[in-house]
Design a protein around this ligand. Structure first.
Ligand code: PLP
Length: 412
């Protein structure tokens, strides 16, 4: 057997469901939906990929991070042992001060550094969910949160969204029709992933009122709030109600590979979250937390001014390209920040069905079905503009337009 044959056998074995007794929750650990996309991109490097919800590589402040790292390593021996489970205290103090400028009151002792907000979602689920418990989510919602809730065998109550985010009228209807009260409400109220929409203040207040009336713990995931390109900031849910759990991250503002985020919890949840964290991976990587501390105190705000200007131009290029190239009947959101635009195709077109046509024209997006708990085919899709140049975005919309026309011709 050649090395290539052996690799193929291993690859196939990796994809086969494990033939041994595993926990019931392992049923949710099938192959990642990203796998097929990554293989497609590997085979076609000139494909325009609108799926990458990451910051642009060329914007990452590498030289300044290197300088920060050199400073941290100069003091290395002190930081190479085990440390505080909550994470580097000066970074927590800095985060608390940054949040205070957005009206969010959080004592540094109620903050916990996490390996990205993804770990924050996992810790909350670990703490709150028993199998079968109900989680309220926006529909559509962030795929990675669904992966966590699936692993904890949650049941979903979905609440539809519109251009202003989660529909509170529909939330009340969903609650009235539910046999049991939900334990959690997970929301991305600002520049949502995947729709890009932002909930206005009045809706935020109404949502919190409903959650309080039903005793539902609200989790606000806010990776994109600092990436606003126009308009006024809406208050964070956590700024309106200190009982909300707030998740923040440096993944979109500095670099996701650093894996530094944070969680601000109500006081009674701090100890159980810390103990859950200790049981999982003990604490954040101590050197990186210090590098991020230097980044956040020395140059983050400066860096964000430049990054926002680039992303704003990319968003504009995408909106302009969609206007120029998508046929009548297609609709899309116009986000004031973040990385995503949500497109609804003309009636009768499935975004899943259209994907092979789009790939044939050299463009790939994430179908809307990825972002709903039931994964049903839908007419919607997510386009991310953060990692593509304006020229590539324009060309990508031209290709997408051709694919949609082809889909429409086939539909008849
Ligand atoms: C809404 C949302 N939450 C959480 C994450 C995960 O971010 P992190 O890298 O901080 O774990 C993402 C990343 O795409 C996201 O869009």
């Amino acid at each position: 057997m050649t090395a290539t044959d052996a690799a193929a056998v291993i690859h196939n074995d990796l994809r086969r469901p494990a033939a041994r007794p595993l926990a019931r929750r392992a049923a949710s650990f099938g192959p990642s939906p990203w796998e097929a996309v990554i293989r497609l991109l590997d085979r076609h490097p000139d494909m325009i990929f609108f799926g990458n919800g990451a910051p642009a590589m060329e914007l990452m402040p590498v030289a300044r991070l290197q300088e920060a790292a050199a400073r941290v390593w100069a003091d290395a021996p002190g930081h190479l042992g085990y440390g505080d489970v909550a994470g580097f205290a000066p970074l927590r103090e800095l985060i608390a001060a940054r949040m205070a400028t957005q009206g969010i009151v959080a004592h540094p002792d109620s903050l916990l550094l996490t390996n990205g907000s993804q770990q924050g979602i996992d810790l909350i689920a670990r703490l709150v969910l028993d199998p079968g418990d109900i989680v309220l989510v926006e529909a559509p919602t962030y795929l990675g949160a669904l992966q966590v809730f699936d692993a904890f065998e949650a049941t979903y109550l979905t609440v539809p969204t519109d251009g202003d985010g989660l529909r509170v009228d529909a939330l009340e209807q969903a609650l009235a029709g539910s046999s049991r009260p939900p334990k959690l409400l997970y929301t991305v109220p600002t520049f949502q992933n995947p729709t890009g929409s932002t909930m206005p203040r009045a809706r935020r207040e109404a949502l919190l009122e409903v959650a309080r009336a039903h005793g539902i713990l609200v989790v606000e995931d806010d990776p994109y709030g600092e990436l606003r390109y126009d308009g006024q900031a809406e208050p964070a849910l956590r700024a309106l109600d200190p009982d909300v759990i707030y998740l923040g991250t440096f993944s979109k503002t500095i670099a996701p590979g650093l894996r530094v985020g944070w969680l601000a919890a109500p006081p009674d949840l701090v100890t159980p979250l810390l103990t859950a964290r200790e049981a999982g991976d003990i604490h954040n990587e101590r050197m990186t937390a210090r590098i991020v501390y230097h980044a956040a105190s020395d140059f983050l705000d400066d860096h964000l001014v430049g990054a926002r200007a680039v992303y704003r131009r990319r968003r504009d290029a995408l909106l302009e390209g969609l206007t120029d190239h998508l046929p009548l009947g297609a609709r899309w959101t116009e986000p004031g920040g973040g990385f995503f635009v949500w497109v609804e195709l003309p009636e009768g077109l499935s975004a899943d069905g259209l994907l092979p046509h789009a790939a044939g024209h050299g463009v790939v997006y994430l179908p809307g079905s990825w972002f709903y708990p039931d994964s049903r085919e839908r007419d919607s899709l997510r386009l991310s503009f953060s990692t593509l140049s304006e020229a590539t975005i324009t060309e990508g919309t031209r290709r997408l337009g051709r694919a949609v026309m082809e889909g429409l011709a086939e539909r008849g």
